[in-house]
Write a protein that binds this ligand. Structure first.
Ligand SMILES: [Zn+2]
Ligand SMILES: [Zn+2]
Length: 86
């Protein structure tokens, strides 16, 4: 008598002729969760996860930004005065 190898689902004990069928039998249920990138708290939906820890806004303007604007204004004035001379 020939022995026949079968593949058994480890969850419901069903037997299958191919390993593929057995693996497909009781696939684990996969849930989607959203996680706060800051403190790793899990949420069911994205909005809650995004609202968990507020993003820290950089305070004030970067150093040197105001002096850069002053430079641009000076350059503009210089160009204007050139135009007046011509
Ligand atoms: Zn199964
Ligand atoms: Zn958080």
């Amino acid at each position: 008598m020939n022995a026949k190898q079968m593949y058994q689902c480890s969850i419901c004990d069903s037997t299958w002729e191919t390993q593929y069928e057995a693996e497909e039998c009781c696939q684990p249920e996969v849930f989607t969760v959203w996680m706060c990138g800051e403190c790793d708290t899990e949420y069911d939906d994205k909005d809650h996860a995004e609202d968990c820890c507020p993003e820290v806004e950089p305070l004030g303007t970067p150093h040197g930004w105001q002096s850069h604007i002053d430079e641009l204004e000076r350059a503009g004035q210089t160009r204007l005065s050139f135009g007046d001379q011509l």
